[in-house]
Design a protein around this ligand. Structure first.
Ligand SMILES: C[S@@+](CC[C@H](N)C(=O)[O-])C[C@H]1O[C@@H](n2cnc3c(N)ncnc32)[C@H](O)[C@@H]1O
Length: 391
């Protein structure tokens, strides 16, 4: 529910009404937001970079200011006849945000149909207070080709038969490529559980990105994908551009997810190894590599740090990419990088504070270049890619 005229800031009815405060920078001119993020990231990194060669900051990479989220994570509440898709308010009641303007238009159009399907299939929303009901979350991802992956996070499999019965109705109305049930039986504030029941023949959503000669990333349920497809494309392209300047023969992609960096950097003259803890993401990456005929790309399901520390020095690569969760890579992995012979590192971070901590623990490297990528307009969140080279 966003509206914008010319260069005016984005406006949101939910924000204005106090229904949702997730976009803390809603109403600010976009150019100011980007300038502020750039300033913030530079300031946070400055102490860690003192005494090193100056950093060449590239201009920030940006995409659309609205309609950019490729994934909707909706808490389902309300009643079976009037479900809300959105968040829980301070009073524990559902706040409906199905018209959130950050979602890609295809997701925006799909949510009301999915809400109608909840009513048809009699999927009783889970009520946190009474611990009754079944449907906790609706997780929907949209591919650049317009296909959807729809996942119902349920307390149990009780509604499975009804979901299957009414799936045809949904498939007639929406371009759903993958539909699955995720079972999350515990009374905990976690998004999803471990068990997944795929209801469609197809079990992966294909994310086709305009990177290099074209990158097709398979995405299975329970796999991370960058939130903003346009800016993710810029992120992988930037990594390719930097890597093409040094032409490493071997690359490790640590925290590889479905293999975005690894597969963007792979080639006949380069071996790439992706290491990722989520088995479903590893399976997705293996499928994408096989489909692209990249026989020098391999993916391992493991803890990135433990795996790196176990590898014999003779196998250490020329370049390492790290793209960890918000906590950063931590002392064990920075310690390993410091003492390894690895020449080049690309570090993609969604948290400048943990990035600064990790950079301070990597004194043997200079940060040659860096770039802010605005994956999350209207919020203070940022993504930054830095290029390190051993001195
Ligand atoms: C920010 S995502 C990056 C994914 C990927 N590089 C991309 O571009 O989509 C971080 C990834 O780290 C994975 N992860 C979390 N803890 C991990 C660990 N200890 N070892 C390896 N991977 C981990 C998560 O499952 C997630 O896929």
């Amino acid at each position: 529910m966003l509206g914008r005229v010319g260069s005016h800031p984005v406006q949101c009815d939910y924000f204005d009404a106090g229904a949702c405060a997730s976009c803390t920078w809603m109403g600010r001119a976009y150019a100011d937001q980007v300038a502020d993020k750039q300033r913030h990231v530079e300031q946070v990194l400055a102490p860690a970079l003192e005494g090193r060669a100056p950093v060449a900051w590239l201009p920030p990479a940006t995409g659309p200011e609205e309609g950019f989220r490729n994934k909707a994570k909706m808490v389902v509440a309300g009643t079976v006849d009037a479900p809300t898709l959105g968040i829980l308010g301070a009073d524990g009641r559902g706040v409906d945000l199905r018209h959130c303007g950050l979602h890609e238009p295809g997701l925006h159009d799909a949510l009301p149909v999915l809400a109608e399907h909840v009513v048809r299939a009699r999927l009783a929303p889970y009520d946190v207070g009474s611990r009754r009901g079944e449907l906790k979350h609706l997780l929907v991802t949209r591919s650049p080709d317009g296909e959807l992956m729809v996942r119902w996070v349920l307390r149990s499999t009780e509604p499975e038969a009804r979901l299957r019965k009414h799936l045809g109705w949904l498939l007639e109305r929406l371009p759903v490529a993958v539909a699955s049930i995720n079972v999350q039986p515990e009374h905990k504030a976690v998004l999803e559980g471990e068990r997944e029941i795929v209801l469609t023949e197809q079990s992966t959503l294909t994310m086709r990105l305009d990177v290099g000669e074209g990158l097709r990333l398979h995405l299975r349920p329970q796999s991370f994908f960058q939130t903003n497809t346009t800016v993710a494309t810029a992120l992988y392209e930037q990594a390719r551009a930097w890597v093409s300047e040094t032409e490493p023969a071997s690359v490790w992609d640590l925290y590889s997810g479905v293999g975005g960096f690894a597969l963007a950097l792979a080639g006949p003259h380069r071996s790439v190894t992706g290491v990722e803890i989520a088995p479903e993401a590893v399976a997705s990456a293996q499928l994408s590599a096989a489909e692209a005929g990249l026989d020098r790309a391999r993916f391992v399901a493991a803890d990135a740090t433990a795996w790196a520390l176990e590898q014999p020095p003779a196998t250490h690569p020329d370049l390492v990419v790290v793209n960890p969760p918000r906590r950063g890579i931590g002392p064990a992995l920075t310690g390993w990088l410091e003492s390894s012979g690895v020449r080049d590192v690309l570090y993609s971070s969604c948290n400048a504070t943990s990035l600064a901590r990790d950079l301070a623990a990597l004194p043997s490297y200079d940060v040659e270049a860096a770039r802010l990528l605005d994956m999350f307009p209207q919020t203070t969140h940022h993504e930054v890619l830095v290029r390190l080279r051993r001195r």
